[in-house]
Design a protein around this ligand. Structure first.
Ligand code: E4P
Length: 373
């Protein structure tokens, strides 16, 4: 009787697209019932025993078995909704978020907190932006159990020492806010200078996420620098080749997917500890094709699609498979790094464009702040 009543409630919850639930029936027997019922399909007298499993787990829950799922957004409600382990932001996402009514108070507080600061002009704007990034990070860390990535000013991408200085400042501000460094990834562009800055940071226990990654040379330099995590960009590689050829790439043919495959297999083959987090997606196929990658950072629209589908997810990447591959080791010093990057037009263009665009969004954010101080 208890089960029957509960199933009727499941039927009504079906409209909320909750997915699958697990519960304990009388006598402690575990039962699982999928919420994919439509109201009309729920019999008033369902013949279901306590141990019945009625199919389907969402693709999101299946993916979480192979890969750590990370939310790629500055929107707190989306992060809450999909229960990711970590979250990532970038200057464009923060710029987008502060233009929404819901997040304006964070910006207003960062400005108010600095109202009696001795800093003026650009220095004051930069401090307000740092406080804003920390405010976003802290709010996100109230939601996720893991880490948040906070990006350093993209204009420092070719300045190793200034990047290290900014990373230390951000970690110091997090510390003041009561957040330990273990929960932070400092996001730095994957330039040569960025990788060398990360090498210094990691030695100080400041963990780094090397972003704007489009090529194996960048990935090797980051692994050799001992960085905690890299973010190879799938979608922006797809964008480049789609624009160049007019072709729509799908699944394993997608050059962005192929790029992550190459990097992941290289890392696992040679036993690098640096984690690989696929980022920047343009379609669900790219995400599914990378199931098994250490982490994937996924925007809310794709998280929603994954949550709403129960199609089977298959693991595509694994350390075991990579170890059996025939892969040549490459020694990457600064000269080789620059040469490899220069040889790949896509990576050269996308790295430069990515830095330009993130920098432009920081400048726009500064302009908003300048008007208010
Ligand atoms: C995450 O770390 C990246 O900043 C993000 O995935 C970039 O995505 P985009 O290429 O859609 O801007």
């Amino acid at each position: 009787m208890a089960v029957r009543c509960w199933l009727v409630r499941v039927g009504s919850l079906a409209w909320r697209k909750e997915g699958v639930t697990t519960g304990t029936g009388g006598g402690g027997i575990i039962f699982r019932v999928a919420f994919q019922f439509r109201r009309a399909q729920v019999s008033p007298h369902p013949k279901i025993t306590m141990s019945t499993t009625l199919s389907a787990t969402s693709q999101l829950d299946q993916l979480k078995k192979f890969t750590t799922v990370v939310a790629d957004t500055g929107d707190f409600e989306s992060i809450r909704k999909y229960a990711p382990q970590d979250a990532t932001t970038n200057p464009s996402l923060i710029f987008k978020a502060v233009q929404q009514e819901a997040y304006k108070p964070l910006l207003e507080k960062a400005i108010a907190d600095n109202s009696s600061s001795p800093l003026v002009g650009e220095a004051l704007q930069k401090k307000i932006i740092d406080d804003l990034l920390i405010a976003f990070g802290c709010k996100i860390l109230d939601i996720v159990p893991g880490r948040v990535s906070t990006e350093v000013d993209a204009r420092l991408s070719f300045n190793r020492d200034a990047t290290v200085e900014k990373a230390r400042e951000l970690i110091g501000l997090y510390k003041k806010a009561g957040v330990p460094r273990e929960r932070i990834l400092i996001k730095i562009a994957s330039t040569w200078e960025g990788a060398q800055a990360a090498k210094i940071c990691e030695k100080e226990g400041i963990h780094c996420n090397l972003t704007l990654m489009f090529s194996l040379g960048q990935a090797i330099a980051c692994a050799e620098a001992g960085v905690t995590l890299i973010s190879p960009f799938v979608g922006r590689i797809y964008d480049f080749y789609k624009a160049a050829t007019g072709k729509e790439y799908a699944g394993a043919e997608d050059p962005g997917v192929q790029s992550v495959n190459v990097i992941y297999n290289y890392y696992k083959k040679f036993d690098y500890k640096t984690q690989v987090m696929g980022a920047s997606f343009r379609n669900l196929g790219e995400i599914l094709e990378l199931a098994g990658c250490d982490l994937l950072t996924i925007g809310p629209n794709w998280l929603e699609d994954l949550q709403n589908s129960q199609a089977e997810v298959t693991q595509k990447l694994s350390p075991e498979a990579a170890r059996n591959m025939d892969i040549e080791k490459i020694d990457v010093d600064e000269k080789v790094f620059r040469w490899m990057l220069n040889e790949e037009a896509m990576a050269t263009d996308k790295l430069a464009e990515g830095i330009r665009k993130f920098a432009a969004d920081i400048v726009k954010l500064e302009a908003i702040i300048a008007k208010s101080i």
